[in-house]
Design a binder for this molecule. Structure first.
Ligand code: HPA
Length: 262
């Protein structure tokens, strides 16, 4: 039996309803997760190992605070040289393994003045600024323009309100990367309504919604976007600041994994 077939068999036994994708520097949020089986991305049909520092490259199945869940440690990005089909391969794999819900996380630069490094933002909508027809997107009749579940946004907001915290549900601008933006680009994005900026999530969210999954997405704000902070942005800072949000992000993910209902 192949490594993936063995993994799929364990997954069928546990029957997780939710998949979580952890972005840059966010592996530490999974401290409440107990692994039962795992498989390397390289052994999953259609996927390849990621190349970005700060990303693991495994799919795990287990329990998050006792609730069965799939957990992608790492994701694939366009700027690593992957085609759209490869980037959304994580989402397709999750759907094939039978989950009904996916929670996408990412590291992002904060544009909205309330977003500070170490903070979180729920994604209510996105600007898909990925050019080249979103890397040869699906025909427009199958694209999903509003992939994010309003109900899951409400779950996130009420969880944070109960903990006495405010959380912005805002707009994520997805760019191709790999370089960070210029200050002028950030001013343009702000004028276009973006609250945070990053290099992932939009295509995965659309594909997941197209496949009928409920979608939630949370950005971990790792830096002020270009021109809004005191210093230049660098990847080491992004990874370090992601750690500031680990506990709060982990709690929220546990809440979403435990959420019942359609
Ligand atoms: N821009 C784009 N992607 C990012 C950023 C940023 O400022 N921070 C983390 N990922």
């Amino acid at each position: 039996m192949s490594a993936f077939a063995a993994f799929a068999r364990t997954t069928r036994t546990l029957a997780p309803r939710t998949a979580v994708v952890l972005g840059s520097g966010l592996a530490g949020t999974a401290s409440a997760f107990t692994e039962r089986a795992s498989v390397a991305f390289a052994d999953i049909p259609g996927l390849v190992p990621p190349t970005v520092r700060g990303h693991g490259s495994r799919l795990m199945v287990g329990e998050w605070s006792g609730v069965p869940a799939l957990l992608f440690l790492g994701r694939l990005h366009f700027y690593e040289g992957h085609a759209r089909e490869v980037v959304v391969g994580t989402v397709r794999t999750a759907a094939e393994l039978g989950v009904k819900r996916i929670v996408l996380t990412n590291a992002a630069g904060g544009i909205h003045p309330s977003l500070q490094p170490g903070g979180l933002m729920a994604i209510r909508g996105h600007l898909k600024l990925l050019n080249s027809k979103a890397w040869r997107n699906l025909a427009s009749d199958t694209a999903v323009s509003q992939p994010y579940s309003e109900r899951l946004i409400e779950v996130i907001l009420s969880h944070e309100a109960a903990a006495g915290r405010e959380l912005l549900a805002g707009v994520y601008a997805a760019l191709t990367g790999p370089s960070y933006e210029t200050p002028a680009e950030i001013r343009a994005l702000a004028a276009c309504g973006a609250d945070a900026v990053g290099m992932s999530t939009a295509l995965e969210a659309e594909e997941a919604a197209r496949l009928g999954l409920q979608v939630a997405a949370i950005s971990c704000i790792t830096n002020k976007a270009a021109g809004l902070g005191d210093a230049a942005i660098d990847h080491a800072e992004v990874l370090m600041n992601a750690k500031l949000a680990v506990e709060r992000m982990g709690e929220l993910l546990g809440r979403l994994v435990g959420e019942r209902g359609a």
